[in-house]
Design a protein around this ligand. Structure first.
Ligand SMILES: Cc1ncc(COP(=O)(O)O)c(C=O)c1O
Length: 403
């Protein structure tokens, strides 16, 4: 009997040509597989409609510019931005955070403070460390609750008027814990700080509305949202983007260039130097169409049911340690004492089950959990009850092998 009998599952796996029958792909938190409409949008763009944007005077280029800017509007609508001009196309969340650190962050000075949390991905730690080294600002680290959420009571107690920025994961890539983003924004704003939310793991799993969250910056990567790699978005409130100095210099980000003095384009162009990832933006728009057709609420319900089933099955395995809260969003991390997660991953791979094993680019969190690494199963729209069953069967084999 399936461990997931209470689920009304999505039935989308046929949309994903790279998922062969009988392969349980449980590494969506690393990168999502691509549905046919996204592959078709990319193929069509290269095979039929390709040209540059923002430069050509010929019709093909004008049409591509319209499509590229329509993709920006699609992203803006998807996350509830007030205007597409608040959306900057970047390579992904990592680049978005670095952009904020290196432009907005230039105004930080010695004595200023940045608050992060113990569960952050390295891409929401290292850019701030580099900024702190350059500016003399200091970094504080908020603790977690016992079940693996960012402890917002502790955040409230830690924040002071010296804090200029709070930067937190909206959903943890290791524990799947969902942050109360609105409360985090209220706490940050109360002391005059800005809030950046790292939405990499949130946008594929929960409905995101930056206006309701009242955050100041939001970043995500397209490839975790069933879109292509190399494209993502940084959203920021218009008045913040307007005041930010340029980042990369080059074509497209200027107003007028002379050797005496160069002036810059308004956002978002100011932050998109050079020829952009045109087709990536179109692929991202197709991915947003795809997930919105299914519905974020349906995706969330589906993944929550898969997580519930997986946690119930994992809890039945003797000696296995489960991390993260019960209601984690689509992501489950675990460890088996005495068995390295890489061995778990290798044995599961023999059973055609793909999980992630390692530190998940969250070494401080590993240290906090007291393990060098974890095994992580993460779900997407294409996963089914059978994948959870396969995972549990595979882990029972791991237990037999390791006695
Ligand atoms: C929470 C979180 N933040 C940031 C990133 C970095 O994303 P990317 O490598 O696409 O820039 C990831 C990727 O795993 C992530 O899970």
């Amino acid at each position: 009997m399936s461990v997931m009998e209470d689920t009304r599952p999505l039935d989308t796996v046929a949309d994903f040509p790279a998922i062969p029958d009988g392969w349980a792909y449980l590494d969506t938190a690393a990168t999502a597989q691509k549905p046919r409409p996204v592959i078709d949008a990319i193929t069509r763009a290269y095979a039929e409609t390709y040209a540059t944007v923002h430069r050509g005077v010929y019709a093909r280029s004008a049409d591509m510019t319209v499509a590229y800017e329509a993709a920006r509007r699609r992203v803006a609508g998807f996350i509830g931005a007030a205007s597409p001009d608040e959306v900057v196309f970047v390579r992904g969340a990592t680049e978005g955070i670095n952009l904020v650190a290196q432009t907005w962050g230039q105004s930080l000075k010695p004595g200023d403070r940045i608050l992060l949390s113990m569960l952050e991905h390295h891409s929401n730690i290292v850019p701030w460390q580099l900024l702190a080294e350059r500016t003399g600002a200091a970094i504080d680290v908020a603790p977690l609750t016992a079940d693996g959420r960012i402890d917002l009571d502790a955040v409230e107690a830690m924040l002071t008027p010296a804090h200029r920025l709070v930067s937190l994961a909206h959903v943890s890539n290791v524990l799947g814990s969902i942050l109360d983003g609105r409360r985090a924004a209220d706490l940050a704003h109360r002391v005059g700080a800005k809030l950046l939310l790292d939405g990499c793991q949130a946008v594929p799993r929960v409905r995101v509305d930056v206006a309701a969250l009242d955050c100041d910056f939001y970043v995500f990567s397209g490839h975790k949202l069933y879109g292509p790699t190399g494209i993502g978005a940084l959203w920021a409130k218009a008045e913040i983007l307007d005041a930010m100095p340029p980042w990369h210099g080059g074509g497209a980000m200027i107003d007028r260039v002379s050797f005496e003095r160069t002036t810059y384009a308004p956002p978002p162009a100011r932050f998109e130097a050079g020829t952009p990832h045109i087709v990536g933006a179109l692929g991202l728009a197709a991915a947003i169409d795809y997930v919105e057709d299914i519905g974020l609420d349906a995706i969330h319900a589906h993944e929550t049911a898969l997580v519930r089933a997986a946690r119930a099955g994992l809890a039945g395995i003797d000696g296995l340690t489960l991390f993260g809260p019960e209601d984690s969003a689509g992501i489950v991390s675990f460890a088996i004492p005495g068995v390295h997660p890489h061995d778990i991953g290798t044995i599961l791979d023999e059973e055609r089950i793909a999980i992630r094993a390692g530190h998940h680019c969250a070494q401080p969190l590993m240290e906090h959990l007291g393990v060098p690494a974890t095994a992580r199963a993460s779900f997407g729209v294409y996963n089914r009850a059978a994948d959870v069953d396969a995972l549990i069967r595979g882990l029972l084999r791991v237990m037999r092998i390791f006695g």
